[in-house]
Write a protein that binds this ligand. Structure first.
Ligand code: HEM
Length: 199
């Protein structure tokens, strides 16, 4: 209904821009437009919510050091939070044709689960991968996927975290965990259902 309305009454909003978006003469169909909005809401909003929640939890559990949140440390801190506790721990793919990868043969139609969180802790890629260490040299981690479908929102998500975390801990420097953090029982997201804190 809203899309329909914006087609005849354009406004300064995202839906109007998506309606106007054009590539080589093609516009999005209404179904494509709705699918894009769902994708942006799920991918863009929920992933960042969980990234922030996991980040706050990790900082409280790790007895955060103010230097981590200072301008010189914040980029590394955010990379380490994303590596250590990624909000999307798993993505799946389907094999379109028979393929052999590292000695394993996939048949056409096989579903393959890619454990991004596990790759982030690959001992062959990181030293002491199980240890949270914001001073480790930031390497490309798997939290935003890879290849063709690499997250289009990665720079925005990083920026949101780099801005929000220092503000929160500046305003609430005595934040403490009041109960064990509870992860939600979700297949796709690796995020908290609640994080009880005191200030
Ligand atoms: C910390 C926050 C975020 C994380 C951890 C994250 C993670 C990911 C991952 C792992 C993928 C790859 C999916 C795949 O391989 O199939 C992805 C794709 C995507 N992300 Fe994010 N994302 C985050 C924030 C955002 C934001 C803020 C936006 C948009 C404003 C966004 C938009 C998208 C879109 C549109 C795709 C699909 C790209 C494609 O299929 O070509 N994400 N994201």
């Amino acid at each position: 209904e809203y899309v329909h309305k914006r087609r005849s009454e354009p406004a300064d909003d995202l839906i109007t821009r998506l309606i106007a978006a054009e590539e080589q003469g093609d516009r999005l169909t209404t179904d494509e437009l709705i699918a894009t909005c769902v994708l942006l809401l799920n991918a863009g909003h929920e992933a960042t919510v969980h990234a922030l929640g996991n980040g706050v939890k990790t900082l409280l559990q790790q007895c955060w050091d103010p230097a981590w949140l200072a301008p010189a440390g914040i980029e590394n801190l955010v990379e380490e939070i994303l590596r250590f506790d990624p909000p999307l721990h798993l993505f799946t793919r389907y094999a379109y044709e028979e393929a052999e990868v590292m000695g394993h043969t996939f048949q056409r139609g096989d579903q393959v689960a890619l454990l991004l969180a596990s790759a982030n802790r690959d001992p062959a890629a990181e030293d002491d991968a199980e240890i949270f260490d914001p001073s480790r040299p930031a390497r490309t981690n798997m939290s935003f996927g890879g290849g063709l479908h690499f997250c289009v929102g990665a720079p925005l998500a990083r920026l949101e975290m780099q801005i929000a975390l220092p503000i929160l801990f500046q305003r609430c420097p005595d934040l403490k965990l009041a109960a064990d953090p509870r992860y939600s029982n979700s297949y796709h997201f690796h995020g908290l259902s609640e994080l009880q804190v005191t200030r």
